[in-house]
Design a protein around this ligand. Structure first.
Ligand code: SF4
Length: 96
C-alpha cells in the first residue's frame, strides 16, 4: 500500500471537519427566527394571560391571525402552534 504524498495529521483533519461543520450551519442560521422555535410548555404558554397589558396580541413576537381576535402564531413558539391573542408566555416582550 502506498502512502499519501501529503499525510494529514489528526489536528488538520479535526480542523477541516470543524470548518465543514461551520459551513454546513450557515443555511440554518440564515433561516427565519422560527428556526429557533420552542414548544409552548417550555415557555409556560397559556391561552389566557393574567395581565391584559402583556398578552400575545401586544407582544413583539406575535404573528396575528386574519382578525384581531383570531388565533395567530409566534416567532418564538413553534410555528404552526395555535397562539391565542389573549395568551401569554415567559418570552413576552413589548412591541417597539
Ligand atoms: S407572549 Fe409568548 S407566545 Fe405570546 S406572542 Fe409573545 S412570545 Fe409568543
Amino acid at each position: 500500500m502506498s502512502e499519501s504524498p501529503h499525510p494529514i495529521t489528526r489536528r488538520e483533519l479535526l480542523s477541516r471537519g470543524m470548518s465543514l461543520a461551520g459551513v454546513a450551519a450557515i443555511p440554518l442560521l440564515l433561516q427565519s427566527r422560527s428556526a429557533f422555535a420552542i414548544r409552548p410548555e417550555v415557555m409556560h404558554y397559556t391561552d389566557a394571560g393574567a395581565n391584559p397589558a402583556q398578552v400575545c396580541a401586544k407582544c413583539n413576537s406575535f404573528i396575528p391571525g386574519k382578525t384581531p381576535d383570531a388565533i395567530g402564531e409566534c416567532y418564538i413558539i413553534n410555528r404552526g402552534a395555535a397562539i391565542n391573542p389573549k395568551g401569554h408566555c415567559d418570552a413576552w416582550s413589548p412591541k417597539p
